[in-house]
Design a protein around this ligand. Structure first.
Ligand code: 13P
Length: 408
């Protein structure tokens, strides 16, 4: 980590002005999000459309009343999981909140439930389906809630890359495939069948250790940044981590690049985290004395280096919550989490490192109207928006997920 820029000679009025700018609700509409009827959500056109029309015009209060009534009717038959990036008007209904790792553990532990409703994105619901008993029905309230990073690793492209790498190495080195949780179930199965495993941002170094105990090289997908940041943390120089560009023949690499590399990183990224820059870190440090910066490891390597700390969403919450009164934090992750963290820590200053960063557009697709609809259907004895992984995929994907869950 680079040391903070010296900021002692700053004018307090300038600092206050800078803080006001970073906390300005005008810069990002999510600062003032209130539940509006689904029909009034500007992005609704891109969301799941086959929700019955009667849900479109319901007010926030009416939706709240109906969601609570449906939950009460379902009782212990239902577990609601909520990722930290969910908006307040959705996460309030979660029985358990967490980062992807913690939510995977909750899914694996949901032994008595009949239904798991996942307020998150598609790959999380798929993982929950793999980890729960086959008769547990997992529901994703809005089927359009995907993950653009996960989509950057098309399984066919990964299989082709794998074959090419094997051909180049011709048995001279063993490659262990490692997939980030943010990936299709079929890719989890692919790594499970090849001695590999799944990782999340909270356990990536342990999964690298697991992989290097079994092979000489790692193929890591889909997030290049988490892969690079983890490799660096494990002492691997940047020039021993090469980037596989899935749009180009042989990933845009030479056979020699592949033979030399210890980590082959898939060229995928998170559009929300890739917006954070070193310039933002430097500017915030220069304007605000005593500032500390914490970012998610899906941020670029340079940004993680410029920050004071990095970690999963759960770790970000823990570090900021446990910091001393009066601390000031610039946080490099999704805005709903940052705003909630700011409200939960009134004696501290917590704001988003990028004043104009907005919600993860796919996490944001879980609107209370979808919750009301899917829950009321369950009460009526019908399951809609079920996420189901076929049994063949499930078999090996479960192996890959269980290897991760077993790491200590
Ligand atoms: P966490 O596991 O840190 O919650 O991250 C999940 C994610 O999808 C971040 O973009």
């Amino acid at each position: 980590m680079t040391p903070p820029v010296a900021t002692t000679a700053l004018d307090p009025a300038a600092t206050a002005e800078a803080l006001a700018l970073y906390s300005d609700p005008e810069t990002c509409p999510s600062d003032s999000l209130a539940p509006v009827p689904l029909a009034e959500e500007r992005a609704f056109v891109a969301w799941q459309q086959d929700i019955p029309r009667q849900y479109l015009a319901l007010s926030g209060d009416e939706l709240d009343r109906r969601i609570r009534a449906a939950r009460a009717a379902l009782g212990a038959r239902l577990v609601v999981l909520g990722h930290h990036y969910q908006r307040d008007e959705v996460i309030q209904y979660a029985d358990f909140t967490g980062d992807s790792f913690k939510l995977a553990q909750h899914a694996a532990n949901a032994k008595d439930a009949e239904f798991v409703l996942f307020c998150g994105v598609h790959f999380m619901a798929e993982s929950a389906d793999i980890l729960t008993r086959p008769d547990v029905r997992v529901i994703l309230p809005n089927m359009a809630a995907g993950c653009s990073m996960a989509d950057m690793a098309d399984p066919e492209d990964v299989y082709e890359a794998w074959d090419t790498i094997q051909d180049v190495l011709a048995g001279s080195a063993k490659v262990v495939p490692l997939t980030y949780m943010n990936s299709a179930a079929s890719l989890k199965a692919f790594v499970g069948e090849r001695d590999g495993l799944v990782c999340t941002s909270s356990n990536a170094p342990k999964t690298f250790e697991y992989a290097f105990a079994r092979g000489e090289k790692i193929l890591f997908f889909p997030d290049q940044h988490l892969g690079r940041n983890t490799g660096w943390q494990m002492g691997i120089p940047l020039d021993e981590m090469v980037l596989w560009n899935w749009r180009r023949p042989m990933g845009g690499l030479t056979p020699d690049d592949i033979r030399r590399a210890r980590v082959i990183l898939w060229q995928g990224h998170c559009s929300t985290h890739q917006r954070f820059t070193v310039a933002q870190v430097e500017k915030a440090r220069a304007e605000i004395p005593g500032l500390r910066v914490i970012v998610h490891p899906e941020c670029r390597w340079e940004v993680v280096q410029a920050a004071d700390d990095s970690g999963s969403t759960e770790r970000i919450i823990k570090v900021v919550s446990e910091s001393g009164p009066g601390s000031t934090w610039a946080v490099g992750t999704e805005i709903n989490l940052v705003n909630r963290l700011a409200r939960a820590n009134p004696g501290k200053r917590v704001f988003c490192l990028d004043p104009v960063v907005c919600p993860c557009s796919t996490m944001y697709r879980i609107h209370p109207a979808y919750l009301a609809w899917t829950l009321e259907e369950l009460v009526a004895g019908r399951v809609v928006n079920e996420v189901r992984v076929d049994s063949e995929t499930r078999k090996w994907a479960l192996v890959a997920l269980e290897r991760m869950l077993a790491l200590r």
